[in-house]
Design a protein around this ligand. Sequence first.
Ligand SMILES: [Zn+2]
Length: 96
Amino acid sequence: MTKKPIPICGEHHIQKEWRTTTFEYSDEGISIRIPNVYAWVCPVNGEASFTSETVDELIVTARELIETAKRARERRSVLTEYIVSVGQPYPLESPA
Ligand SMILES: [Zn+2]
C-alpha cells in the first residue's frame, strides 16, 4: 500500500491530524453518533475527512442503526437512546 500525502485543510491551510473523531448523522428525527472513528481531522475546527474504507463502514452501520431506531419508534418504545459498543477502539494506522 503506497502512502498518500497528509491532507491539508482547504480552509485553514494546515495539515490535518490522523485521530479519532465522532461521526454524526441524522435522518427523519433519528440521530446517530459513532464515536472513536479514525479520520483526518482539522486541528482548528475539528472538521473530519473520513477515508473511503471508513465511509463504507459508517454508511452500513448508520443504516442498520436507523432501521433499529425506526422499528423502536413504530412500536412507540419508551427508550429514546441506545449506546452499543463492540470491544475497544482499534488503533488504525495512518494511511499517510
Ligand atoms: Zn480547517
